[in-house]
Structure formats: C-alpha cells, structure tokens
Design a protein around this ligand. Structure first.
Ligand SMILES: Cc1ncc(COP(=O)(O)O)c(C=O)c1O
Length: 340
C-alpha cells in the first residue's frame, strides 16, 4: 500500500479516475471469489451467478456513503424506507437525511426476521426502500435468503442487504449476492472497514444490477473517490488473504466470548459478526461501568438488559472474561432476568 500510494503521489495534480475502473474490476473479482467459494445455496431454485461483473459494482467512501448514494437516488422526500430494528443506527439517519420517512418494524423473538413477519411489514407499509442487515448490527444474527427473496417479491421498492460483517459469518451463512440475477431492485452492500481491517481508508462497495448502479452516478459528487483511496484499496485487494488474515482469529475470539458468557449464565445471541450481544444483564449501565473500572471497554447499544462486546485479541478476550468472572463473584446480582 505504501508503495502504491507513494507511486501516485507525483500525479495528485490530476483528478482521479471517476469510474474507479481498476478498483471496480478488483472488487468484482473479490465478490466473484466469494460466490465461487460459497457454492450453490441448497435451498434456492433460482439460477446462481457464476460471477459479479464490474458494471454491477459501486464504491464510495465507506458503505455509509454507498448507502447514502442509494438513498439519495431511490428514496428522498415523499418516499419511505423501512428497517427491522434493532439494527444499524445509521440506516434511519441516512434515510431521513435524504428527506425520506423512516419506518421501524421490530424484529421477532431472538431478533429473528421470519418470512411471514417481513412480508406482512412490507405489504402493510409499502416502503420505497427496505433494509435487511445480515449479519445484523448490533445483534449479530443473520437472516436467511428465503426471507430476502420473500421481501423482494412483496415490494416494488429497492431492497438493500447490508452485509458489512459477512466475512465473519459461520458456514451456514449465505450471501445475497447469489440472488442478484433477475432482481434489478436488489443491492448488496459491503465494506472493507471490518474484515479487511481498513476502516481508516474508507472504502465501501455494493453489487447490483448495472441499471441500478447507473442511478447512483446521478447523485455522487464528481470524483468522489480520491486517487489515494483507490490506490490503497487496489493494493489491499491485490492481497486479500493478508488483509483478511485476522478474520479467523477474530471469529475464534468471538466464539470464546459466546462460550464464556453462556457459562456465566447470560443469554447470548448466536453471532455471525465480530461482536456478541449478551442479554440477561440486570443493569447494563452499571455492568458497563464496572468493566470500565477494570480497564475493559464494551458497548451499551441501548437494548434493554443487553450489552455488546467486540472480538479482539486473545489477551483482550481473556481480560474481558476474567473481569466478568470477578464482577459476577463480587456482585452476583449483575445477572438479571432478560426483559421480555
Ligand atoms: C451494518 C453496518 N453497515 C455499514 C457500516 C458502515 O461502515 P463503513 O462506512 O465504515 O463502511 C457499519 C459500521 O459500523 C455497520 O455496522
């Protein structure tokens, strides 16, 4: 990356390639590789694409900007966007910032979204855009492809599948990329911020029908992706294995935390992401403070009776589980009843 960025530094007097052609090709190759490795989803009859072509790719400064482009193009004043909460807090903010109305439909038991529930919500509200975040932030659970297919069939609007955490998912996870053929209103959004450990570079991307991608050209600022961003991301994508090297270890640490928290008696949501949501916390703010006092910082995401902890290094997991054990032994009342 340093070499690539140094090499273009003498050409920064020029505007970047506004079509980010080289980067687009590499992102298409990466996603085609994801599809090849995953193989055919067993439950689906639909044709599965063998590859993602470069004209199906969009990229921007983080997937937040990708989502903003999609909402600017396809939502806006007089239109509405629907999401299943709790989910990523930026979805409503991005939708509303384009002037669209936000409709939040609560998830079901264990934060799952079922076909009936989702279809009913979409038919009731007739939104112009539907968000499905899978694996979901902040709960960590995934949504089956059957639900995404059913939502797509139940709406005339755009369906955005936010797969920011897909690389951390277990073997049962299926990417919605396989649903793209024949579904011109479906967008699958991803990011290099998480699995690629590339958050500072700001590179999010999406795959969709070339016609939908074309609409995004109408709303992006000219030359929105700098030459530096493109060069760094191209170098990263030329070495995906090195950048993704941390994924396995983070997933291992996540699974350690799931097991440790369950042993302590917490109700832990099965996670396909690089974080874990655990329920059954009597007073989340108090537990959060007690952990901070022991030098461990986790997240209170505002879900009653719950806290979210991110996977990190082996030493960090040990520090977290040790701190939890100490807190529980001195304050057994930390463990409360999960709110209904
Ligand atoms: C579900 C989800 N989508 C998108 C994003 C945005 O990530 P970025 O803009 O860094 O690509 C995040 C960041 O936390 C996220 O959790």
């Amino acid at each position: 990356m340093q070499e690539r960025v140094a090499a273009i530094s003498s050409t920064l007097n020029r505007y970047p390639d506004r079509e980010f052609t080289a980067l687009r090709n590499l992102l298409a190759d990466y996603l085609s590789g994801v599809l090849r490795r995953e193989g055919r989803p067993t439950a689906l009859q639909a044709p599965v694409p063998s590859s993602i072509s470069p004209d199906m790719i969009w990229a921007a400064n983080g997937s937040n900007e990708v989502l903003f482009h999609i909402l600017q193009a396809y939502a806006g004043p007089g239109r509405s966007a629907l999401g299943f909460g709790p989910s990523y807090s930026m979805h409503p903010l991005i939708a509303q910032s384009t002037g669209a109305d936000w409709i939040e439909v609560p998830r079901g038991a264990d934060f799952a979204i079922t076909v009936d529930h989702a279809v009913d919500a979409v038919r009731t509200h007739s939104p112009d855009v539907v968000f499905l975040c899978t694996p979901n932030n902040p709960t960590g659970n995934s949504t089956p492809l059957e639900v995404i297919e059913a939502v797509y069939d139940a709406t005339d609007g755009i369906v955005i599948v936010d797969e920011a955490y897909a690389e951390f998912a277990g073997p049962d996870f299926r990417t919605a990329l396989s649903l793209l053929p024949g579904r011109p209103r479906l967008v699958v959004s991803r990011t290099m911020s998480k699995a690629f450990a590339f958050a500072g570079a700001r590179l999010g991307y999406a795959a969709a029908d070339p016609g939908l991608v074309d609409g995004l050209r109408l709303v992006r600022m000219p030359y929105h992706l700098s030459s530096l961003t493109q060069a760094a991301a191209e170098a990263a994508l030329a070495h995906p294995d090195s950048l993704l090297a941390g994924v396995q270890e983070l997933s291992r640490q996540r699974d350690r935390m799931v097991a440790g928290l369950r042993e302590h008696g917490f109700d832990v949501v099965a996670s396909d992401a690089n974080f874990v949501l655990f329920r059954g916390v009597a007073d989340p703010a108090l537990l959060w403070t007690r952990l901070v006092e022991k030098g461990v910082l986790i997240r209170d995401v505002g879900i009653p009776g719950s806290l979210r902890v991110n996977a990190g290094t082996d030493a960090e997991t040990t520090a977290f589980l040790t701190a939890m054990a100490e807190i529980l032994s001195t304050h057994p009342d930390t463990l409360g009843r999960s709110p209904q």
